[in-house]
Design a protein. Structure first.
Length: 181
């Protein structure tokens, strides 16, 4: 079975060098956070032809609301209730594209390579299912004392940020200790 590669459209580069990269499944996600541009409407210059219509009262057209794009919510992704409670406290409602595609695969026990720009939620995309797995293992008495999850980060600063995120998401799960090294 190949490792899915989740690449978002705003990823600056493609993943190269993975042992299984040539056999990896690529999942494409739209991550644009831009809002639709406002359209400026120009008023025609006053001419004899339109002078009469400019003086007439106009009725304002009611603004039509843009329909919200419905996608999965964190509650739909199969997360442990305690991990989900932490996301709700943080105000997380709708997962980013990388989260929406990665979390279900990781909950199934699949290996995933995720590529997205900084700030798109990759830490949560991998931390939430890892903590869900550990919470369920703790409930079954299978957590033990050996490390269950190891996260490698290229810098000390990023390691501390990831550890802080894991601690925040695991706040309601007994038996999980996060240790940045």
């Amino acid at each position: 079975m190949s490792t899915p590669t989740i690449t978002t459209t705003d990823a600056p580069e493609t993943f190269e060098g993975a042992a299984d990269a040539e056999h990896a499944e690529t999942v494409h996600a739209e991550t644009s956070t831009e809002t639709p541009a406002e359209v400026a409407v120009e008023t025609p210059a006053e001419t004899p032809e339109n002078a009469a219509t400019q003086d007439a009262p106009t009725q304002e057209q009611p603004k039509q609301e843009q329909p919200k794009q419905e996608g999965p919510r964190f509650a739909d992704l199969g997360l442990d209730a305690r991990v989900l409670a932490a996301t709700e406290r943080l105000g997380y409602e709708t997962p980013s594209p990388i989260q929406a595609q990665t979390i279900p695969l990781l909950n199934e026990g699949r290996d995933v390579v995720g590529l997205a720009q900084t700030g798109t939620g990759k830490t949560a995309a991998f931390a939430l299912p890892a903590l869900t797995h550990m919470a369920r293992a703790a409930d079954a008495g299978e957590l033990g004392t050996a490390p269950s999850t190891l996260v490698l980060a290229p810098t000390r600063e990023l390691a501390l940020q990831v550890a802080e995120a894991f601690s925040t998401y695991a706040a309601d799960v007994d038996g999980i200790t996060v240790l940045p090294m």
